[in-house]
Design a binder for this molecule. Structure first.
Ligand SMILES: Cc1cc2nc3c(=O)[nH]c(=O)nc-3n(C[C@H](O)[C@H](O)[C@H](O)COP(=O)(O)O)c2cc1C
Length: 179
């Protein structure tokens, strides 16, 4: 079982990004032990970036990332980019060594037909700065996401589910090679 810390880039209760994250958590629960971590943390401020002043929520986030075997990030697309919420959490965690050499996977969604591709690419660009080990060549992009989720959280599009199954299989193979 691979222990995954999942960062979801929207704080909204009915978030479609969260729905995608929960789909990944539930569908692959026999292979991945996914914990959706709280990234509702204060804005990064260098003045509180020290052991005495660091917010407790940030220390918790550090520990959750540290204890995970892998990190998944799921992003919405905001103004052609990833969300500020997710970028802020990444800025905090990048001040620790815990993302370094961590196998990772990113996924995006949007209600439009691009599937959040620009949010995905912006997130990819940010993570290029951090020595994570992102699964190459596999993109989870969910277009028209508001039409895709059934009441029980499953995705009602067989082709998409098959594709995501393949990406997760590829991630597990990759994880076992790089770990
Ligand atoms: C500030 C803001 C900017 C947005 N910019 C884009 C965008 O550039 N491209 C896009 O496809 N959708 C855009 N959207 C729509 C979001 O992708 C959509 O609301 C999505 O459902 C938000 O994710 P969530 O459901 O996880 O909260 C934007 C929404 C907000 C609130």
């Amino acid at each position: 079982m691979i222990k995954v810390a999942m960062m979801v880039g929207s704080l909204r209760k009915e978030s479609l990004t969260l729905k995608l994250g929960e789909f990944l958590k539930n569908r692959y629960s026999d292979k991945l032990d996914v914990e959706i971590v709280n990234i509702d943390v204060p804005l990064y401020n260098g003045d509180i970036d020290n052991d005495a002043d660091r917010p407790a929520s940030v220390t918790t986030l550090f520990n959750q990332v540290k204890d995970a075997d892998a990190v998944f990030m799921v992003t919405p697309e905001y103004n052609n980019s990833t969300s500020g919420v997710l970028k802020n959490a990444i800025d905090w965690v990048s001040r620790s060594p815990y993302l370094n050499n961590k196998p990772g996977l990113i996924a995006a969604q949007s209600m439009g037909m691009t599937g959040g591709a620009r949010g995905y690419l912006a997130l990819h660009e940010i993570l290029n700065r951090i020595p994570m080990m992102l699964l190459p060549g596999n993109d989870i992009l969910l277009p028209a996401s508001h039409t895709k989720f059934a009441e029980d959280g499953s995705i009602n599009d067989e082709g998409t589910v098959k594709f995501i199954d393949g990406v997760i299989e590829n991630f597990i193979t990759y994880y076992n090679k790089v770990k």
